[in-house]
Write a protein that binds this ligand. Structure first.
Ligand SMILES: Nc1ncnc2c1ncn2[C@@H]1O[C@H](COP(=O)(O)OP(=O)(O)O)[C@@H](O)[C@H]1O
Ligand SMILES: Cc1cn([C@H]2C[C@H](O)[C@@H](COP(=O)(O)OP(=O)(O)O)O2)c(=O)[nH]c1=O
Length: 204
């Protein structure tokens, strides 16, 4: 049974997350479940406004961190918690693992402070399952360059995305049962097959 499940999708920019998410949502909708597709930073009018600032305005890392957590607080209260309470499947493009990877790994922000903010903002809420789309930063950069104009994060260099990837690896090393690592270097069809296998392994 999937009701009231919180599922997040993580990985560096260009990993192929957006390409897969609708197919996952469709699988559960076809089974008659309510699926709430959402994203961070964002997912509410206030959090989408904060997203615009975080993605496009210059700021220091503490400000950036506080804005992503402020957006998260609003998103949790207005969208995620109510959806889980009524038994929906919440499928969220990025969550707090991204803060540990980008602000912690990429920017070098203090992980202890991130953990404190996580506690204050989430009050214990964690995803039930996280897909980690993992691939070499060089490959992700080539995909992005072919696909779209870069934002503040996507303009960063390979060293930054290598540190972000290490940030994810560190974070997920501490929560192996929550995380399904997906080899994101293969074809979209092969990625989809890995997702299905991870869900089937959980009986979902
Ligand atoms: N498995 C894949 N192999 C090759 N290219 C891919 C794959 N998945 C997605 N792409 C392409 O790479 C680009 C980035 O994919 P996207 O899904 O937007 O990544 P993300 O949401 O993780 O940033 C898009 O042009 C997309 O068509
Ligand atoms: C949730 C979150 C995202 N981010 C960054 C990662 C991404 O580069 C960016 C937005 O993510 P994303 O929605 O994946 O961008 P796109 O629409 O281009 O696919 O925000 C953080 O730095 N910290 C966070 O806590």
């Amino acid at each position: 049974m999937l009701a009231g499940r919180f599922i997040t999708i993580e990985g560096i920019d260009g990993a192929g997350k957006s390409t897969q998410v609708e197919r996952v949502a469709a699988r559960w909708r076809a089974a008659g479940l309510e699926v709430v597709r959402t994203r961070e930073p964002g997912g509410t009018p206030l959090a989408e406004s904060l997203r615009e600032l975080v993605l496009h305005r210059t700021m220091d890392t503490l400000t950036e961190t506080l804005l992503v957590f402020a957006a998260r607080r609003d998103h949790l209260r207005e969208v995620v918690e109510p959806a889980l309470a009524r038994g929906a499947v919440v499928l969220c493009d990025r969550f707090t693992d991204a803060t540990f990877a980008y602000q912690g790994g990429g920017r070098g922000f203090d992980l202890t402070v991130l953990a404190q903010l996580e506690h204050w903002v989430q009050q214990g809420r964690q995803p039930d399952l996280t897909f980690w789309f993992d691939l070499a930063p060089e490959i992700a950069a080539r995909r992005r360059a072919a696909a779209r104009a870069p934002d503040r994060f996507e303009s960063e260099d390979i060293a930054f995305f290598t540190a972000v990837r290490q940030g994810y690896a560190l974070r997920f090393g501490a929560a192996p049962r929550r995380v399904a690592r997906i080899d994101a270097e293969c074809t979209p069809e092969a990625v989809a097959a890995q997702i299905d296998a991870a869900l089937e392994a959980r009986g979902w």
